[in-house]
Ligand binder design. Structure first.
Ligand SMILES: C[S@@+](CC[C@H](N)C(=O)[O-])C[C@H]1O[C@@H](n2cnc3c(N)ncnc32)[C@H](O)[C@@H]1O
Length: 260
């Protein structure tokens, strides 16, 4: 009987880097990144990680998530310990879903690979922490990118979120290719939400160029948002606590019985 040599067991970890500073990287994520033989990710995310001897980096461009996921699966299949680096939380508009899309449509053998997702701090959590507790009651997250969904779907979800009186976290609010969508989103929300609704523009949270703007729906300048910004629009319950000489706190109380 001949026994064919088996490939060494590889694994694949999809690792959340958090929104920026190392202090927001979980100990689990740090350990997985240190032990990986191969790091895969969008180049600016890999640039945030220190070089380690013996570790191979596979940097790729934006918008090639599915190909990046397949590359990671092929390496894990060959016996490598692969870490796919993803900004924020890998399960929120990020690489974890791309990996599962690749598995769903790919080789049956990929379903046997040892795969785990290492969570991270998402941009909406970091932004919320900077201003107080705006996500203290029911909220939803919507990506404004129409790369993978029609704009009509975005509009339907924005309307539903406004009717449901959710706090709304807007990811991917604008890019150079689609600067107008955040303006359209604000025009839509202004039709049904109160003008005094608190709005937060949280830009580059946790990075050197961090900038936070707290305003109202009526006064908000949608052009403040770029691809590094998380926009938050309050519910009817979201309120400010004014402070002398300091940024106000923004929070959404846990008790929504008055809005029943
Ligand atoms: C492709 S999504 C990735 C989200 C990421 N997986 C997360 O959990 O935060 C990219 C969007 O996340 C938001 N974002 C990511 N990092 C941010 C930061 N440091 N400050 C503010 N917004 C951020 C922006 O809306 C950006 O356009």
């Amino acid at each position: 009987m001949t026994i064919s040599p088996r490939a060494p067991a590889g694994n694949l970890r999809v690792v959340g880097l958090g929104p920026g500073p190392e202090a927001w990287l979980t100990p689990e994520a740090s350990a997985v990144l240190a032990e990986a033989t191969d790091l895969i990710g969008y180049a600016p995310y890999l640039d945030r990680l220190p070089p380690r001897p013996g570790q191979t980096r596979h940097a790729s461009d934006n918008r090639v998530e599915l190909e990046r996921a397949r590359h990671a699966l092929r390496l894990a299949e060959e016996g490598r310990r692969v870490a796919v680096a993803s900004g924020g939380d890998p399960g929120v508009f990020a690489m974890a879903a791309a990996v599962f899309e690749a598995i769903d449509r790919g080789k049956p053998a990929w379903r046997e690979i040892d795969i785990a997702i290492c969570p991270g701090v998402s941009a909406m959590q970091a932004a919320a922490a900077r201003v107080g507790a705006p996500l203290g009651h029911d909220f939803c997250a919507i990506s404004l990118s129409d790369n993978l969904k029609p704009w009509a779907v975005v509009e339907r979800r924005l309307n539903a979120a406004a009717i449901g009186d959710f706090v709304i976290a807007l990811y991917n609010p604008a890019s150079k290719a689609r600067p107008h969508q955040i303006h359209d989103a604000f025009a839509l929300l202004r039709r049904s939400k109160a003008p005094e609704t608190p709005v937060i523009f949280a830009r580059a949270i946790g990075r050197a160029d961090e900038k936070i703007t707290i305003t109202t729906l009526a006064a908000a300048e949608p052009g403040l948002a770029d691809m590094s910004t998380l926009v938050m629009i309050g519910s009817s319950e979201t309120r400010l606590i004014a402070r002398a000489g300091a940024q106000p706190f923004v929070y959404t109380p846990r008790d929504a019985r008055a809005s029943a």
